[in-house]
Design a protein around this ligand. Structure first.
Ligand code: ADP
Length: 183
């Protein structure tokens, strides 16, 4: 499923983010950049030790912010590590922090000349963010960024690991699409 925003293609696919050939892939990291399970573990396994070495040198990343490393052995040239919020009921600033994680990742991508970027579903695994609301924030933030910022991004691809997550993003993207056409 896809949507065109200006000259950018926004795509949803079900799959493994470590196999993407976009210029950059985004990692759902933790504040210590210490590696973990989920998509973070998969990226470090597939990308090799170089990425962790760069993460150690950077030292950490506060929730909502983003840092960049090389892609190691991945097809992607860069990994953008961002930290989504741990979901604690939704009244501790989680929606804003999740939006910032997407926004700051895109800003860092633009600063580094990235033309294609793949995102996982940040915070909806171990961090427990309910996937329906996370999908709305993720897509809404990316769409407003693409509409409002000066950028040369040609492709933004959400790579959703499981069918349920894919379905949640699909439903939400349908809403954004029908909202724009007035239907
Ligand atoms: P967080 O700690 O931010 O919740 P997780 O890695 O636990 O991050 O989960 C985020 C999402 O990434 C979940 O939907 C999970 O299923 C998904 N995921 C796990 N492995 C991969 C992968 N290889 N590619 C894409 N998404 C993945």
């Amino acid at each position: 499923m896809q949507m065109t925003i200006g000259s950018t293609q926004l795509e949803l696919v079900q799959g493994d983010i470590t196999r993407q050939d976009t210029d950059a892939i985004v990692n759902a990291a933790n504040e210590r950049l210490a590696g973990g399970g989920g998509v973070d573990g998969a990226i470090h396994r597939a990308g090799g030790p170089q990425i962790m070495e760069e993460c150690r040198r950077i030292g950490g990343c506060p929730t909502g912010e983003a840092v960049i490393t090389s892609g190691g052995n991945l097809k992607a040239r860069y990994v953008i590590h961002t930290v989504g919020p741990i979901y604690r009921g939704g009244k501790s600033g989680e929606p804003d922090l999740l939006a910032e994680a997407y926004h700051n990742s895109l800003e860092l991508a633009v600063e580094n000349g990235v033309k294609s970027i793949a995102f996982p579903s940040i915070s909806t695994g171990v961090y427990g963010y309910p996937v329906e609301s996370a999908a709305r924030i993720a897509l809404g933030t990316v769409i407003s960024f693409l509409e409002q910022s000066v950028h040369e991004i040609e492709v933004v691809r959400f790579v959703l690991f499981d069918a349920r997550t894919f379905a949640a993003y699909e439903t939400n993207l349908e809403h954004f699409k029908s909202g724009r056409t007035g239907g």
